[in-house]
Design a protein around this ligand. Structure first.
Ligand SMILES: NC(=O)c1ccc[n+]([C@@H]2O[C@H](COP(=O)([O-])OP(=O)(O)OC[C@H]3O[C@@H](n4cnc5c(N)ncnc54)[C@H](OP(=O)(O)O)[C@@H]3O)[C@@H](O)[C@H]2O)c1
Length: 232
């Protein structure tokens, strides 16, 4: 498979890239800062996904090098934790730029390459968060942007079914990464205690469900966001 995973410099995106490279696939990744991965089957693009032009150029070079994609994992994301009264509008807009509009742009560009996949279906997978079903305080813009992504999953799954492209989401509870390193431990523990499986999610818990959702075993699944850890 040829996969594109956004946000592969750190955290979940990096763990996913390492997993799929180990499994023998080709991985195209990106981030604003330089790559932290070095592998003969890994290509890194240094791009800010908030900029539509450079994002398009990245997909153009993927087309030139590989001709198609089998899966796109929209993982890159950002958050800011603050009461909405003290969150500047610019911060909320930046969150939407990366978490929603960049996802939309990547999907639009990727569809042209996913349509050329030789498999019976190709897949888009978007990353969401427990902040949506739990409507977490202090995460208004973040959870609203991911809520928009979950709606994108539902609508886009219908709009792309004629092209044999499936669109799903994966909803994650707290994972220890750069994104969450400043969240105080008691706050993380309180969230973990709300999960049916009350231990903290790790990247090892994520790779299996991701592999399932982009792979052949889930060929009849589209328009769903699967939450890990028992969060409902
Ligand atoms: N960690 C959690 O507890 C948790 C829980 C639920 C959902 N999630 C979701 O999981 C996804 C990954 O998060 P993570 O925890 O792994 O965070 P992370 O460690 O901060 O990784 C984010 C990645 O995205 C890249 N990135 C950020 N903004 C970008 C931009 N504008 N253009 C290109 N690349 C960009 C970053 O690289 P650069 O800085 O170099 O750009 C980095 O590689 C996010 O969508 C997040 O919302 C995380």
């Amino acid at each position: 498979m040829i996969l594109m995973i956004t946000g592969t410099r750190t955290g979940i995106g990096k763990a996913l890239a390492e997993h799929f490279l180990d499994a023998g696939h080709d991985v195209v990744g990106c981030s604003r800062k330089p790559a932290t991965l070095d592998h003969p089957r890994y290509r890194h693009h240094q791009v800010d996904l908030a900029d539509a032009g450079p994002t398009r150029s990245m997909f153009r070079s993927v087309r030139q090098e590989y001709g198609h994609l089998d899966a796109l994992i929209n993982n890159a994301g950002t958050s800011s934790m603050n009461h909405f009264m003290t969150t500047p509008e610019e911060t909320s807009r930046k969150i939407f730029d990366i978490n929603f509009f960049a996802v939309l742009n990547c999907c639009r560009e990727a569809v042209k390459l996913l349509r050329k996949s030789s498999g019976p279906s190709s897949a888009i997978l978007n990353v969401s968060t427990v902040a949506v079903p739990w409507a977490l305080e202090g995460q208004l813009a973040y959870s609203a942007s991911k809520s928009a992504v979950e709606q994108l999953v539902r609508v886009m799954s219908k709009e792309l079914s004629a092209f044999n492209i499936r669109v799903n989401g994966i909803g994650l509870p707290p994972v220890h990464t750069v994104l969450t390193r400043t969240v105080p431990r008691p706050k993380i523990d309180a969230l973990v205690a709300r999960q049916a499986i009350s231990r903290q999610c790790t990247t090892a818990d994520i790779v299996g469900p991701v592999e399932f959702l982009i792979g052949r075993q889930s060929e009849f699944i589209t328009g769903e966001t699967l939450f890990l850890g028992g969060v409902h």
